[in-house]
Design a binder for this molecule. Sequence first.
Ligand code: AMP
Length: 420
Amino acid sequence: MLAKAPRGTRDILPGEIEKWQYIESVFKKLCQNYDYNEIRTPIFEHTELFTRSVGEDTDIVGKEMYTFLDKGERSITLRPEGTASTVRAFLEHKLYTQAQPTKLFYYGPMFRYDRPQAGRYRQFHQFGVEAFGSDNPSLDAEVIMLAMVFFHSLQLDSLVLELNSVGCANCRPLYRKEIEKHLLKYKNDLCLDCRKRSETNPLRILDCKEDNCKNITREVPGIYEHLCNACNEHFSEVTRHLKYMDIAYKLNTKLVRGLDYYTKTAFEIVDPLLGSQNSLGGGGRYDNLVEVCGGNPTPAIGFAVGLERVLLALGNKKVDLDFREKEKIFVATIGDKAGLEGTKLVMELRKNDLKADKDYLDRSLKAQMKQANRIGARYVIILGDEEIEKNKIVLRDMQTGDQKEVSIQEIVKTIKQEIN
Ligand code: AMP
């Protein structure tokens, strides 16, 4: 039986990868302009990093982690998200001793054992940014702006930015009490997960996707009445910045996000056209996480965007990305000497930053022309022993059908002129 990729994982093949590379380059360029530097952390970490930072009671830690004992009996986990590793690296390498804030971005595969469906995979890819060392609301606005500009650069203009404040260690406990009070009468109507959550972290119930739980939490009051002065002020400054920069947002008082570490600002970017997996990305402040991971108190904020979801959103909107693949040149040869000369010419074209290929299967000229067509070559150079003798090789534009004779010395220059 032929082997298949594990459930929830995908191969990204040529033909599709070009889109990925383009989106990756858009994100990287944008991060550079915003002065965020790339960090690459290991794909696996000690399990404890995630249990401690993401939170024991979260779905990620409770149900979705790929955790195993390695041969040295250490508990290892494939990273389910990027923030915890970035915080660990920030502390391990004392990045806080450098000019602050430390502004980082990452890109790479993440792993969660979840039920696969459209837009939900077990290995998926996230772009993310993390900024450490400032609790200034203008940094919240910058991080949100970066995410939105990224989507705009991909012509995804109809996304909704949902915004909330989840308070801090001072004010959230009061809100939690309020929710507990509200849920008391409905406890037995909640789903099994939420019954557990009502003991461990009732706020998380606001995030539940089950219809019944959604109905129950509909009447739960928003967190605003419970925000302390500092959180209130911070939130109104964030919104003031966003308004000033013309970034539209929608308040979502039930937005709590699935991870424990968020404080104050929380946001999510949603595509109303996508089905149940409609969140393209999200993030927020996590002012306590660095301390939880053993560092000095350090405010921080970040977000992560799922690349597969971005591709889904692009597919739905039939957005044509503005990227041009390099034109291909195929060198077709007839005869022994021409074969050798052709190999040299292909190398020469490549050396001159042109994309060139040739025949490797001893095909006839007719079959080589067919091959050039199949691989989508824009130009074919036809080279026979006789043409070499006369130093006149044929350059054919496969799009227009035009053909002309060019000397070997002129071929690179001529093709470069044609392409531009
Ligand atoms: P989170 O780290 O849970 O806040 O997720 C951030 C973003 O990552 C989401 O908005 C999705 O775009 C993406 N994402 C999260 N989980 C998955 C998954 N299982 N499959 C594909 N994308 C995901």
